[in-house]
Design a binder for this molecule. Structure first.
Ligand code: SF4
Ligand code: SF4
Length: 397
């Protein structure tokens, strides 16, 4: 029988009378040597009650790394194998049975895991890599906006999920952290369709991600921010040393604190903005207990964010506003013809089919929904988000 992974709430009971603040643990981790990472991850989880508070002996636990694209670990596109190795060890020590799985937008989880080094780690620990590829349509009556979800049947068949994102920038949601990583539990081919369903506004897309998050509700979230990605993320940005591991049983709280560490305001992140609109207190860093390293002690200065997405603003403009003004305010994907290899990957994935290939890649910006799927999958890093010319001219607009 299919089980809903979300039944795996933290096994530490809250008393009926206590409103508990969400907790986020931060641990320093200087490098990716196995024992250093293991100690940092164990220390962060230890501050949250230890792995045994989240998994029980004999349970089948899905470890969900970020397996976005086939890149080596040093490119910081995927969760580092040393982090997955540490989580596997801790799950096994708690007596549960770990699996690793994802559904990349392009290619198989196994192929991406092989390139990133995660497959080797799984082989060493005798852990199966699972393709999250089979469609399950599930009712989601408690969903805020999406009452029906399309998710991976394989993800639902586990007793619980441990979410292991990579800290990266993201053209559409500004930073991809804990909540966004669960989008990998949607079978790969369906992802572009979800972008279409959510439409042009990144807050709508964020709302969908939140509904998915609350449905799947991972038991633990452990984020690899040892080497993060800044700039043109999530697949073509620049690796940057942060030296941190974040952990929480609440991905929204973890995202709020991680954003604060690099100097982003909660309002800059559509996911946190959408959560705040729903009244989720964990989206406010002031409502979160930070354990281990305090935010002030680990703050990262000069982190390079992607261009701020003004598409929300433009999409929210009244219809009588001139089309040209709308265009001047709206961010858009831009293709660098010199870097482009004309591989067609972006054309194939574009959800509304507004890209074309001749002797260069063309985009019909009138119909482009600004999902940035093209930028996410481009193997050459040839696509970057650029702001509308008026926004560039008047940065504070
Ligand atoms: S051109 Fe890029 S950003 Fe625009 S709809 Fe297509 S994939 Fe999305
Ligand atoms: S994915 Fe990148 S390299 Fe391939 S055609 Fe599109 S822009 Fe060019």
């Amino acid at each position: 029988m299919m089980r809903r992974a979300g039944h795996g709430q933290p096994r530490i009971p809250a008393t009926a009378t206590t409103v508990m603040k969400a907790k986020v643990a931060i641990a320093r981790c200087a490098d990716y040597t196995d024992e250093t990472v293991y100690k940092a991850v164990a220390s962060a989880i230890g501050r949250l009650g230890g792995m045994r508070a989240y998994v029980a002996p004999g349970e089948r636990i899905l470890i969900k790394p970020n397996l976005l694209a086939s890149r080596t670990a040093d490119k910081a596109v995927t969760t580092h194998p040393a982090v997955i190795s540490a989580v596997i060890r801790l799950v096994k020590e708690a007596g549960a049975i770990p699996f690793a799985g994802d559904s990349p937008a392009i290619g198989s989880a196994r192929k991406v895991a092989e390139k990133s080094g995660i497959l080797e780690v799984c082989r060493t620990h005798n852990v199966e890599v699972v393709e999250l590829k089979t469609l399950a349509i599930v009712e989601n009556p408690s969903g805020h906006r999406f009452k029906r979800l399309e998710v991976s049947k394989e993800a639902l068949d586990f007793d619980g999920i441990i979410n292991c994102p990579k800290f990266k920038t993201h053209a559409q949601v500004y930073l991809t952290l804990g909540v966004k990583n669960l989008f990998g539990c949607v079978p790969g081919k369906l992802k572009p369709q979800w972008h279409l369903s959510a439409g042009v506004d990144s807050i709508d897309f964020a709302d969908m991600l939140l509904d998915l998050y609350f449905f799947l509700k991972p038991r633990l979230n452990i984020m690899d921010a040892i080497t993060a990605m800044e700039g043109n993320g999530p697949s073509s940005g620049t690796p940057v040393q942060m030296g941190l591991v974040f952990a929480s049983n609440d991905a929204i709280a973890m995202d709020a604190i991680a954003a604060q560490v690099v100097g982003a305001k909660a309002h800059d992140l559509p996911i946190l903005k959408a959560a705040e609109k729903r009244g989720v207190s964990a989206a406010d860093p002031d409502e979160v207990d930070v354990l281990g390293e305090p935010v002030e002690a680990v703050r990262i200065h000069g982190f390079k964010f992607p261009p701020f997405m003004s598409v929300n603003f433009a999409a929210g403009l009244p219809y009588f506003i001139d089309k040209r003004l709308r265009k001047a305010l709206t961010s858009r994907p831009s293709v660098d013809a010199r870097a482009c290899s004309l591989c067609s990957v972006c054309v194939d994935i574009c959800p509304p089919g507004v890209m074309s290939k001749t002797d260069r890649i063309g985009i019909d910006y009138e119909r482009c929904i600004r999902c940035y799927c093209c930028q996410e999958v481009c193997p050459e890093g040839a696509i970057t988000p650029v702001e509308g010319w008026l926004k560039r001219l008047i940065p504070g607009l």
